[in-house]
Design a protein around this ligand. Structure first.
Ligand SMILES: Cc1cc2nc3c(=O)[nH]c(=O)nc-3n(C[C@H](O)[C@H](O)[C@H](O)COP(=O)(O)O)c2cc1C
Length: 167
């Protein structure tokens, strides 16, 4: 079962988060997960994928313009309807809009007919409400992407397990 993580990343934080999610997915037996930047998406792989998780940095508390453009253009040609969808974000500030980024991605995924999933509170700790958000240490020195590693891994694992249950 193929699963794709697609991200936009200029300085590596969102790429790191995407790689952790794919790692967590690949811990599920039968899952074959790959992470792609929007510039290098393997369209055949994504078309075959049962689930797609999309991630973006927070730019003015919403997704990047490049990700917005990719979601609009690519989802049409990749046949995403009926696939499991998820979203994640990275940001510079604890209250930097990560969940707004996730909501805006999930909204487009739903409009395109995807089945959206975060795990919610179903699994207990870490409780991931809408999708995982990582805060980097560019500004807040008390924060670091490394602190969020387990959350991204666990999110990927839960997402892949749900995709396996459904498909
Ligand atoms: C144009 C621009 C706008 C940004 N706006 C926000 C913002 O509103 N809130 C925030 O917390 N971080 C903001 N950031 C910081 C990025 O979201 C953050 O550094 C992110 O982790 C970068 O991801 P990347 O390393 O994958 O490119 C902004 C960065 C840029 C370049």
């Amino acid at each position: 079962m193929k699963l794709a993580v697609v991200y936009d990343s200029k300085t590596g934080n969102t790429r790191q988060a995407a790689e952790w999610i794919a790692e967590g997915m690949n811990q599920v037996e039968g899952a074959e997960a790959k992470a792609y930047s929007i510039q290098e998406v393997d369209e055949e792989f994504v078309k075959e994928a049962k689930g797609i998780v999309v991630g973006s940095p927070s730019y003015a508390a919403t997704m990047t313009p490049d990700m917005h453009q990719w979601l609009f253009a690519a989802t049409g040609k990749l046949g995403v309807a009926g696939k499991l969808g998820g979203a994640f974000a990275t940001e510079q500030f604890t209250h930097g809009g990560g969940e707004n980024v996730i909501l805006s991605i999930l909204t487009i995924e739903m409009v395109k007919g995807m089945l959206c999933y975060s795990g919610g509170g179903a699994y207990g700790m870490p409780v991931i409400h809408l999708g995982p958000v990582g805060v980097n240490n560019n500004v807040e020195k008390h924060n670091s992407m490394d602190y969020y590693r387990d959350t991204f891994l666990i999110y990927g694992n839960r997402f892949a397990q749900k995709a396996k249950d459904i498909f």
